[in-house]
Design a binder for this molecule. Structure first.
Ligand code: ADP
Length: 235
């Protein structure tokens, strides 16, 4: 008998999110989705269509009101709050439009801090943070505070911080939303390199150029997810 295939990195089984109140809002309608290891998925959709709701659930920041979400085969609805936080801290990396770096910490410290939750020893944190900054082309900027970095450099630090924990899934919310065209190109190059190295990426964007980078593009409309590509086509 052969070994069973590895589970998808993320799997939504009839996941829905409904906000009670008046009127009741169905922010995410029954959604079935599988994203395999190493996939590069982009998501587009108008404002208010449910993209943040999707990301918040995928990133374990919010729990769906119906359905099941499996992350690396783990049913996230059955774990304790503490275990959820641990899953979030160890298996998911986040990249946001506004970078969200700590202003009074250097680039290196910002990246190091991501590993505190995992209990990585101090010395190893330093080595891995330096490696991660090198990987994003900022090995020479470790001592800089974020205020001394350009927008593109800040986003590179944020990406280094997101991947230094070696997450299963990298979730990016408008990662180029604050960047000019040239810097967008370089950040897209970096995301492509991560994909080539085997990272699983989900990138939400308004930018058609960013969306085109995905090997699979999902469309969100009024809380409904459309996937025009073959389902579960991991590289
Ligand atoms: P997007 O990220 O695509 O702009 P959202 O996921 O933020 O869309 O929102 C989807 C829908 O859910 C919208 O109609 C929004 O108004 C609604 N919504 C989001 N958060 C809440 C909330 N906390 N309470 C009620 N409705 C919400």
């Amino acid at each position: 008998m052969t070994d069973a295939a590895p589970p998808p990195v993320m799997e939504f089984r009839s996941v829905g999110m409904c906000y009670s109140g008046r009127p009741r809002v169905v922010a995410l309608d029954t959604c079935d989705l599988r994203i395999g290891r190493g996939e590069y998925v982009t998501m587009v959709g108008p404002s208010g269509s449910g993209k943040s709701t999707f990301l918040n659930i995928a990133g374990l920041l919010d729990t769906p009101t119906s359905g099941r979400y499996l992350l690396d085969g783990i049913d996230t609805g059955t774990v304790t709050r503490r275990q959820r936080a641990a899953l979030r801290g160890t298996r998911i990396g986040f990249v946001f439009q506004a970078f969200h770096l700590l202003a009074h910490r250097t680039a290196l410290e910002n990246v190091e801090l991501a590993m505190v939750y995992q209990g990585v020893p101090r010395r190893e944190r330093r080595v891995r943070a330096e490696e991660a900054l090198h990987r994003v082309g900022l090995g020479h900027r470790g001592d800089f505070l974020p205020t001394r970095l350009s927008g593109g450099e800040r986003q590179r630090v944020a990406i280094a911080r997101a991947v230094v924990t070696r997450p299963s899934l990298l979730l990016c919310d408008e990662p180029t939303g604050n960047l000019d065209s040239g810097t967008t190109t370089s950040v897209l190059g970096l995301l492509s390199e991560l994909h080539d190295a085997g990272m699983t990426l989900v990138v939400v964007t308004h930018d058609a150029r960013v969306a085109a980078q995905g090997r699979r593009t999902l469309t969100m409309l009024d809380g409904s997810l459309r996937d025009l590509s073959p389902m579960g086509t991991a590289r």
